[in-house]
Design a protein around this ligand. Structure first.
Ligand SMILES: Nc1ncnc2c1ncn2[C@@H]1O[C@H](COP(=O)(O)OP(=O)(O)OP(=O)(O)O)[C@@H](O)[C@H]1O
Ligand SMILES: [Mg+2]
Length: 167
């Protein structure tokens, strides 16, 4: 499955989507969380991190740029690139050295770090809607498409077949 779209979902449903995904991402990979200010990127990341066992208090990396969670068998790197003006500014973080072993990347404002961050296995686009948020999940690799295919049937989800892609 290449894409899933959900419209006007509330915060509980958005968190539920992240929780459903958590079961499939323990092997690591890259999830880009895109969308305007306040769209729900951190909300999604927090729900996913909690479901992975990162604990109840999960800070937003808005000020620190990166928050690291070392979990059994998986390290999660949660980044917020809002304050980054150019991808070169990320060099000092040494992201490549952080990519050893099973690492799950959760990257807010990914468009600001293109070239310096792992490309997405899954891209999550969030938008403000008249009620709640519109969500568009797009597989960026075979792995990401497998994650989407493994999700349970979600309420209010329209699964679109990507042109030339597999179902
Ligand atoms: N599906 C939703 N429906 C309604 N409100 C939501 C939804 N998801 C998150 N919110 C609320 O929107 C606000 C912003 O959420 P959040 O901090 O996750 O956004 P963000 O995309 O990370 O913002 P930023 O760009 O500042 O990092 C929070 O008050 C959150 O409770
Ligand atoms: Mg945020």
């Amino acid at each position: 499955m290449a894409e899933i779209r959900m419209s006007g979902i509330d915060e509980d449903a958005l968190a539920g989507l992240a929780r459903a995904l958590a079961a499939h991402v323990r092997g690591g990979g890259s999830i880009h969380l895109a969308g305007p200010l306040g769209a729900g990127k951190t909300t999604f990341a927090r729900a996913l991190l909690r479901a992975l066992g990162a604990g109840a208090r999960i800070k937003s990396p808005t000020y620190t740029l990166i928050e690291t969670y070392v979990l059994p068998g998986l390290t999660v790197q949660h980044l917020d690139l809002y304050r980054i003006a150019a991808a070169e500014e990320l060099e000092w973080l040494g992201l490549r050295d952080l990519a050893d072993g099973a690492v799950l990347w959760l990257i807010e404002w990914p468009e600001r770090g293109i070239g310096a961050i792992p490309p997405p296995d899954l891209a999550v686009y969030l938008e403000h809607a008249p009620v709640g948020r519109d969500v568009h999940l797009k597989g960026g690799s075979e792995k990401g498409r497998r994650w989407l295919a493994a999700l349970p049937r979600l309420p209010n989800a329209v699964c679109a077949r990507q042109v030339g892609g597999n179902s």
